[in-house]
Each structure stands twice: as structure tokens, then as C-alpha cells.
Design a protein around this ligand. Structure first.
Ligand SMILES: [Zn+2]
Length: 249
């Protein structure tokens, strides 16, 4: 490494032939230092998108579930992840009970770091599996755009999921690109209020779990209603994108 020189590492996999090392990054984690290499293989062709725009699903961040999809499937965080998260909380409490500067506190902090990593690893694994499940079934996944100014109340209430959600969307997007598929981010304004059948705006509190439309009399779970709206906006956005690329050619 520049300025440092040679460093001994534990190589988990060999660098395959024909690859150039592009970048090297070193990160410090609770259980040691990690080296990540990014490789460049010039023989790998860039993947052209090839998807059926009608094979689309919308997903909404759930309050209880990890997500609710427009096909009415729900994915809950797996048991082992929730268990690890609970353990993390208990280790956190232990740290705050220990006297500052004490040996016991230092040990508890070390344990906290390891538990943090366990949760992060379990969460990442869950995100990869969930992304695969979605992209095995669908060509296009519509999601809510993140980091929008003036977050709607629903999103704030769901903020427990948010840290994980943005990582999940990144993993999902990368996986989609590599498979020639598509993730489309839509404007989330009003997705939970709008009626997915007739478009009428039905105001509801967060505690109201059902969407009941006084106009078309649709009655369905509010998260499912939102997921269908996300899907519809995704389909609409996709059409707009293909029209503009048609015009520009
Ligand atoms: Zn309606």
C-alpha cells in the first residue's frame, strides 16, 4: 500500500486471472481490519437492459412487515435477525450500566461492537435473499424514492426500517442492473392516501390500517393500497422514460 508498504493479509479468495485490481479499501470493523478489492475484467460485456415492463411489482415499507408488495405478499424480517437485534439492545443497556473507565465497561463495549457486526451481517444476508426472491419473479420493481425533502408522516413512523431500507434498495438496484432488470424509484407523496382503484384522496391516520374509499367502495389493507399505487406510478414512470428515449433517438 502506498506510504505504508507491504501488509500481511488473510486472503479469503484468490484474485482470479485476467482481472486488474482497480481499488483497495481498508475498513476497521469490530473484529479486525478488512481489505476490499474492486476488480476490473475487460472481457465482461456491459449488460444491456432486457425486461418485460408489464412484469412489474410495487413494494411499500411495512410498519410491521419489512415490505408489503402489490401482489399482496409480505416479507417479515427473519427470526434470527430480530433475535440478534434484541441481543444488541441488551448489550447496549449493559454498556450504559457499567462504570465509565472500568474494565467491565471496556469489555462490554467490545462485545457491543461484535454484536453490531452480527446484526449488520444478518441484515445484509436477508437483503440479498429478499432481492433475489423479488427479481426471480419480477422484471421491474417499483420503490419509493428516498431522501425526499419534507418526509411524509408515514415514512417518519416507519423510520425504524429506514436504515435497512436504503441498503436494501441499493442491493436490489445493483442486482437488477446485473441481470438486465430494472428498479424504478417513484415519488412517494400521497401513496398511502390515494385510492389505488379510482384515485380519490382518502385521508387517514397512521392508526387506520384499512383503506376504505367512499367513492368506489374499495376496501383493502392500507399497505397493500400503497404498494399498488407505487406499482402504478412505476409503470407510468417507465412509460415516460421509454417515450423520452424514443424521442431522443
Ligand atoms: Zn376509490
Amino acid at each position: 500500500m502506498s506510504k505504508i508498504g507491504d501488509i500481511k493479509v488473510i486472503a479469503h479468495r484468490p484474485v482470479p486471472d485476467g482481472f486488474d485490481i482497480k481499488t483497495v479499501s481498508v475498513t476497521k470493523k469490530a473484529d479486525g481490519y478488512y481489505v476490499t478489492l474492486s476488480l476490473d475484467d475487460k472481457t465482461v460485456p456491459t449488460i444491456k437492459p432486457d425486461f418485460n415492463p408489464d412484469n412489474i411489482v410495487g413494494i411499500d415499507v411495512g410498519l410491521i412487515d419489512f415490505y408489503v408488495a402489490s401482489d399482496n405478499t409480505r416479507i417479515a424480517a427473519p427470526k434470527h435477525l430480530r433475535k440478534a437485534e434484541r441481543r444488541l439492545k441488551s448489550v447496549q443497556r449493559r454498556v450504559s450500566r457499567r462504570k465509565k473507565g472500568s474494565n467491565r465497561r471496556r469489555k462490554a463495549i467490545q462485545k457491543l461492537g461484535r454484536q453490531h457486526k452480527k446484526v449488520a451481517d444478518a441484515r445484509k444476508d436477508f437483503h440479498f435473499k429478499t432481492a433475489k426472491t423479488l427479481l426471480d419473479k419480477y422484471d421491474v420493481v417499483a420503490v419509493e424514492k428516498l431522501n425526499i425533502k419534507g418526509l411524509v408522516k408515514t415514512r417518519l413512523a416507519k423510520s425504524i426500517n429506514d436504515a435497512g431500507w436504503s441498503q436494501f434498495v441499493t442491493i436490489l438496484s445493483n442486482k437488477a442492473v446485473n441481470a438486465g432488470l430494472k428498479v424504478i424509484a417513484i415519488n412517494p407523496n400521497g401513496t398511502s392516501q390515494e385510492c389505488s382503484i379510482c384515485g380519490h384522496k382518502v385521508k387517514k391516520l397512521l392508526s387506520q390500517r384499512m383503506h376504505n374509499c367512499p367513492i368506489c367502495h374499495a376496501s383493502l389493507c392500507r399497505d397493500l393500497n400503497a404498494a399498488i399505487n407505487i406499482k402504478n406510478r412505476g409503470a407510468h414512470g417507465l412509460k415516460a422514460q421509454s417515450m423520452s428515449s424514443y424521442r431522443s433517438h
